[in-house]
Write a protein that binds this ligand. Sequence first.
Ligand code: FES
Ligand SMILES: [Fe+2]
Length: 456
Amino acid sequence: MQAEQNELVTRIGPGTSCGALMRSYWQPAALLAEFDPAHDARMAVRPVKAVRLLGQDLVLFRDGAGGFGLLDRACPHRGADLAFGRLEPGGLRCPFHGWKFAADGTCLETPAEPLGSTLCTRVRQRAYPVKVQSGVIFAWLGPEGSVPPELPKLDAFAAPASHSYAFKGLWRCNWLQAFEVGIDPAHPSFLHRYLSDASLDEAATYGRQFRGASAGEVEGERWPMTRVMREFCQPEIRFESVSEGLMRLIAIRPMTEALTHVRMTHALFPATFVIPLSETITITQMHVPVDDTHTYWYSFFTSYTEPLDHAAMRAQRLAAVTLPEYAPRHGRNDGWGFDAAEQATRTYLGMGEDDINLHDQWAVESMGSVQDRTKEHLGTTDKAIMANRRTLLKAIETVRAGGRPPMPLSMPMTAGQGMPPGGPDTIDCIAPAASWEQFWQQQVAAKRAGAAWLRA
Ligand code: FES
Ligand SMILES: [Fe+2]
């Protein structure tokens, strides 16, 4: 990739071309849990948070009417920080000279100005539309006055609260390299490899998903995904465009004459992938640029069978991060917890067996805060990454020319190619070599048929 192209696809601040593209989509701004006094005692006193999104400094607050307000953080008077504002009924007041702003940006009062002053009517703070969905507060940073699109029609958003759970984490790198790890089906055979297998009796949990079983059997035996990945490490990677902005990735690992391993995932343009956690739970992971060198991943867990244990999932993920930033405990500062003895004997990478998220974090952060793509040498397994970059460059041009970029799942996914409607779906399975395509489609259909909330 040329240096100019790399700049073009990685810089997302106000006024940049890729920034304009990213502002065409709703972006996750915070977890709803960040405003829960049970998780953050400060929220009982003053539910106000500083938020950085797409290189912009914003302040997010409960508006007192059951919703949220999102404003530029610098006060339009003389620029003091509204994240330290006084939250009052009807709005947020700047503590410097008392100017007060409603959630829609209207200036309500300029109390130090002389009686009869009309200054207030000529001042407005930039406000951004906000919506809450599946435990996440989304923000629309598109051009002022423009109409935001709908959120994509995802199973992750259709599932009831009992069957969905959201969490997030910070990666100290550019958004694109954070996303690209998810459209790279070759890496689990190496990066997430365990040198030996554990019992399959343990339930698959986030961070240990490759310990779980692949659906299907080999001579009556169930295999952990990690064994398949380890023993068959040259996948044939296929990808196809399912509908606008929606790419299906299939990694095929022929195992024997009779059996083939199939792992199917999806990517939604520009920064979301949908992958399996287990046979019945998917992870929909969005990557939102904080600025050019920091990214939050937001994961939506969706269960097609049992309700999810929110408290257990939260406790498990909190073990890996520190609040309030949801910053990982390991990182460049401690070599991501690298252990050479572990690398020699237990794992391919040497950064622990319990949290594959840390493996991905190392991969994307160790490239440098913005990967220099002029120095890389892409191979056959990078073909989905290459295709996505072409789509990205084209979409940046489209927006620059005033057009509409790909809007994945702006309509609900329809049935087709043997697939039931809805999704996007995921699977990790050991299938009959001769009929693997029908096999995974049947597995997906059975999973969907078993989901009570899809029939409701
Ligand atoms: S800087 Fe905010 S009121 Fe003066
Ligand atoms: Fe990974």
